[in-house]
Structure formats: C-alpha cells, structure tokens
Design a protein around this ligand. Structure first.
Ligand code: NAI
Ligand code: COI
Ligand code: MG
Length: 357
C-alpha cells in the first residue's frame, strides 16, 4: 500500500510527523513517500501543487495531508496561493464526499464550548460535498477597473452552482452512512433564497425515497448554525454543500473541545481518499510545538478504515487516542485544570506508547 504524505505548511509538518509515527509503530507495511505541497510546494517548485506531487497523489492508494496556507502568501494571485493545492487535489482526484465526524470524547465534555450535558455522548457526522458549489463554480473573477488595472478593485464575483448528479451522489453517500448509524439525515440548505439550494432540496428529497428506513429533515443553514450550539444531539448525519459544510464543521469542532479533535476523510467513487484534519495550517501557533495532533492521527485511522481496509488497526488507533485522553494528557487547546499539559510530540509519543502496551 502506497501512501502519499503531504505535510504542507504551518503546523502541517508538526502534526503529520506524529501521525506518521503512529502508522509506523503499527508495522502495517505501508510505503510512505513525502512531497511538498502548498506554500512548501511553491517554494520548492514554483507551484502550490507541483506536478510531481500531484502524480504521487494520483498514484497512491491514499493521501495523508497536513494543511496548507500562510498569511505571507496572501498577496499572491489565486492560482498560486497555497490553498489552491488542496482545492486542486480534491478536484483532480474527484474527492466529492467529505466526512467530518464530530465526536465528543467523554474525557473532553468539559473542554467543549458548550455545557457538558449538551455534548455528552455527542456523535454527529457532517457530510460535506467537496468538489462543487461556490468554491469551484465558473465564472469567477474580478472586473477590470475603469483605469484598466487588473485585477480590478471595482467588482468581484463567484458562482454558486450544483448539478443534479452532484447532489444525487452526495445524497446517496449521506443516506447510506445514516443507515449504518441512527438513520437520520438533516439536509442543510438555503433554499429560501438560493436557486442552487432549491435544486439541492428537491434532489435530496427525491433520493430519500430510495431510503425509506432513514428519516430526512431539512434545515436552513442559519438555523442549523444555531441548532448546533443549542441542541447538537438532535443531529445524526448532516449533509450539505461545500461552503456551508466548511463553516458548520469548524463550528461543530468546538462542541468536541477543539478543532484539533476533528479528523476528516475525503473520498471519491473508487474509495481512494485524502485524509486531513479539518483545520488549517494555524500559522499563529506554528513552530511552537503546541498544536494538537489528534485530529491528524484520527484522520490516519480513517485512512486505514476507508481506503486500506484495515479496520482493526483503525480501531487500535482510536482506542489509543481514548487511552491518552483517559490518562489525562492534553495539548494546550484541550487543557483544563487537573489534566497534564503536553506538547505536540509528547502527545504523539503517548499514542505510540498506548499502541505498544
Ligand atoms: N485544508 C487546509 O489546508 C486548510 C487550510 N487553511 C488555511 O490555513 C491558514 C490559517 O487559517 P485559519 O483561518 O487561521 O484556520 P486554522 O484552522 O488554521 O486556525 C484557526 C484557529 O484554530 C487553531 N488551531 C487550528 N488547528 C489547531 C490544532 N491542531 N491544535 C490547536 N489549535 C489549532 C489555530 O491556532 C487558530 O487559532 C490559512 O492560510 C487558511 O487558508 C484553512 C483551513 C483548511
Ligand atoms: C482552503 C479551504 C477551502 C480549506 C478549508 O477551509 C477546509 O477544507 O475546511
Ligand atoms: Mg475549513
């Protein structure tokens, strides 16, 4: 099994190092090859997604991805910005289905932004459509300013767009995921305002007829954002578009204690997948050794489960994460009084030790 390891920028290399440690100790015979991506790709090869990195990703059985981006690249034009690397990989590999499980470990109910009783036992699965919507819709651009200057500063536009097949396939993914869980799907849209999401709602409703065992409800995204903090346990599977899913998953992460706890899997129809934490490159804490590596380690577990068929090893990693939390080890983002604060690498070492026990 060949894994493309793409650490990226900011805390990317720090958290990926811990996930790699964890995979190595399991001795699964994985062949891991590292390549630069994002700002690191730009520095090494003049492009955030160098052709050699893309080729490695395309030929791998799975991709383990850190994060890309740094404020210092904000002045670059869009195709050269580090973030284009992750968008480009998602598009090139057809990774349309993004799974973001928001699980509140019982040890972290007090680290959540909500009252412990609201999040105890929380287990939501956000399924975000990942290759459509306003992040990819054409046309987009900036109008040339009257003085002929380009990019112009007069007007800018992006296009929100979904086609029926795109909505159908993500709806099937959501209903099939719900069948293995609590059999409830909430489809989040903005159909009271947007044509795109009227189509979304119609198509999801049609697809639901093929899954009579799953209960479907619809919710506007503004209300969903509110319900997530009011009564998060009312949700089981949430299915939504690319942008709403991006925003709601960051919000949901705070129910689990930290964005450093939210893993993700991005799959195509061949089950080839890219696995990354749901957070970004966190330039504000990069290089300090304080980032939480657990979202990345849990993403590696999802990789073993979804792309490599190694369920047992995935369960072992998840149990090891639970053990280190039960032992009271916490990175700064999930620290609370009475627990032991550890660094990024100490957290990774603790997971490794739990796996060896
Ligand atoms: N998939 C990707 O590569 C993504 C890249 N980005 C990029 O990352 C850069 C920073 O973006 P932000 O909006 O600041 O989002 P971010 O997710 O990087 O950080 C938001 C906040 O969460 C904290 N945080 C994030 N991950 C953490 C971890 N593992 N442990 C502890 N704290 C953590 C950060 O310190 C920061 O305070 C930007 O360039 C952005 O475009 C953002 C999201 C996803
Ligand atoms: C570059 C962004 C679209 C990445 C992001 O925020 C995400 O995937 O959560
Ligand atoms: Mg995001």
């Amino acid at each position: 099994m060949k894994i493309a390891v793409l650490p990226g920028d900011g805390i990317g290399p720090e958290i990926i190092a811990e996930a790699v440690k964890v995979l190595e100790v399991l001795n699964l015979g994985l062949e891991m090859e590292t390549a630069p991506v994002g700002g690191a790709g730009y520095e090494a090869a003049g492009h955030p997604l160098p052709p050699a990195t893309l080729k490695l990703a395309q030929e791998a059985d799975a991709i383990l991805f850190g994060a890309v981006g740094d404020w210092k690249y904000d002045t670059l034009d869009r195709p050269l910005r580090p973030e284009q690397a992750i968008l480009g990989l998602r598009k090139a590999l057809g990774l349309f289905a993004n799974f973001r499980p928001a699980i509140c470990y019982k040890e972290l109910t007090h680290a959540s932004s909500l009252k412990p009783e609201l999040v105890a036992g929380l287990d939501i699965l956000i399924i975000r459509e990942l290759t459509g919507d306003i992040y990819f819709g054409a046309p987009r651009g900036r109008r040339v300013a009257p003085d002929g200057h380009f990019p112009g500063s007069e007007e800018a536009f992006d296009t929100m767009r979904y086609s029926r097949p795109e909505i159908e396939r993500i709806a099937h993914v959501a209903f099939q995921a719900a069948q293995k869980r609590d059999k409830r799907v909430t489809s989040v849209d903005k159909s009271n305002v947007l044509e795109t999401f009227q189509l979304w709602k119609d198509v999801v409703t049609e697809v639901a007829k093929q899954y009579p065992d799953v209960a479907l409800d619809h919710m506007y995204v503004d209300n969903a954002a509110m319900q997530l903090v009011k009564e998060p346990k009312r949700f089981d599977v949430v299915v939504t578009g690319n942008m709403f899913g991006d925003i709601l998953s960051d919000e949901a992460s705070m129910l689990t204690g930290s964005i450093g706890m939210l893993p993700s899997a991005s799959l195509n129809d061949k089950k080839q997948g890219l696995y990354e934490p749901s957070h970004g490159s966190a330039p504000d804490i990069a290089g300090k050794g304080i980032a939480n590596p657990l979202a990345t380690i849990l993403s590696a577990a999802m990789m073993l489960r979804f792309s490599l068929g190694m369920e047992e090893a995935a369960l072992k990693i998840e149990a090891a994460v639970q053990k280190v939390l039960a032992d009271g080890l916490r990175t700064a983002d999930i620290y609370s009084e009475g627990t032991t604060k550890v660094s990024t690498s100490q957290m990774g070492d603790a997971v490794v030790k739990a796996l060896q026990a």
